[in-house]
Design a protein around this ligand. Structure first.
Ligand code: ATP
Length: 341
């Protein structure tokens, strides 16, 4: 069976980092994987010239005709309300029910905090990012909707991962004030705790957790959180491992409601401040592609790409965000030069 992968480079640095991930897909094909890629041009330019964000037929084709999406980034200063970004990326996350957003943090060679191995599991489809609310004179409302089914789906994956790694699991919440939504998170967490007595699991107020993380992240293994807190916590953990340019992520639907059940994207956004200058670090995008390879069962390719990134870093290859002088393309080439096996 052929694996069909949609490539959506998007805006800003998205196309620049995607250009460094694409050769890895060709390389995986050269190693015997039957796969087909289709490039889709949805993003700010397409929206500004056609008025289309992600047309319904294109979304349905992605959902039913592809196995995976590799996504660059969306966001453009010409569209300050971010409408196209919402209707493309949030639509994919929510429509495809990609509940689990996995954001690992393992510092690469040469970066500080060697040996740290933190993983954030962020609920990806609801919470405060459900886009429900209103602005009235003198008053603004944002709703946060949490459903038991999505919370359970996310936490089951987090518990299974902590069990497999033999590490601690921490739930970040603010149930002391967000009594309804985060109260639900705590109840579901406690029910799973009972079913996993071997996992050292505890809930922590998110503010105390952030303080503890900054003081010493080493005791933390897996952290689970809702959409909003998970977004914040995973940007902090990205800072432990070189910053936004190196952080990968993978989103998936554990219950596989549709053929397309996984999306790889770097943690960073479209970074308009550095777009078009060859300054973006492609490592986050490349490591996200490796996570996708692993998810597809291509473990050897995933490991080979991760080893190549580590080898390039060990040999001193760096983009400017890490204090080096390589361009986006130069960093991508340094990594590809070290693919072997
Ligand atoms: P979003 O809301 O989509 O997460 P954002 O606007 O908050 O996006 P980013 O676009 O991720 O944030 O950019 C945050 C900072 O990180 C910017 O200063 C940007 O230049 C930097 N940055 C982002 N991506 C990269 C990258 N690939 N390489 C180097 N620096 C990056």
């Amino acid at each position: 069976m052929t694996t069909r992968i949609a490539l959506i480079p998007g805006d800003g640095v998205g196309p620049e980092v995607m250009a460094e991930a694409e050769p890895l897909i060709d390389w995986a094909r050269s190693r015997g994987h039957r796969l087909e890629t289709v490039r889709l041009s949805y993003g700010a330019d397409h929206y500004l010239s056609t008025g289309e964000t992600l047309p319904e037929e294109a979304y349905a084709d992605l959902r039913d005709g592809f196995d995976a999406v590799i996504f660059g980034a969306v966001g453009d200063p010409r569209i300050p309300d971010g409408r196209h970004a919402e209707e493309i990326l949030l639509r994919l996350r929510r429509g495809l029910e990609l509940t689990v957003n996995f954001r690992p943090c393992q510092p690469l060679p040469g970066l500080s905090r060697q040996g740290l191995h933190l993983e954030v599991f962020r609920e990806n489809t609801e919470g405060a990012y459900c886009l429900q609310g209103s602005t009235e004179p003198g008053r603004a409302v944002d709703l946060a909707v949490h459903t038991e089914v999505a919370v359970l789906r996310l936490l089951e994956v987090a518990f299974a991962r902590a069990q497999a790694r033999g590490c601690a699991l921490t739930l970040a919440h603010k149930a002391n004030v967000l009594k309804h939504g985060h109260g639900l998170w705590v109840r579901v967490f406690q029910s799973l705790q009972a079913a996993h007595p071997d996992v050292p699991a505890r809930g922590m107020h998110a503010d105390a957790l952030l303080c503890a993380l900054v003081q010493d992240p080493a005791p933390f293994g897996v952290i689970a959180a809702d959409n909003y807190l998970g977004d914040l916590i995973s940007d902090l953990t990205a800072a432990f491992a070189g910053g936004m340019g190196t952080a990968p992520s993978l989103s998936w639907a554990p219950h596989r409601p549709f053929r397309c059940a996984v999306l790889a994207e770097p943690v960073h956004g479209s970074a308009p401040d550095i777009a078009g200058k060859g300054l973006a670090n492609p490592v986050g995008m490349i490591l996200s592609t490796a996570l996708l390879f692993r998810h597809l069962g291509w473990e050897s390719e995933a490991e080979t790409v991760e080893r190549a990134v580590a080898a390039a870093m060990r040999d001193g290859a760096r983009t400017r965000d890490l204090g080096g002088s390589l361009s986006t393309a130069g960093m991508g080439a340094a990594i590809r030069d070290r693919l072997s096996g």
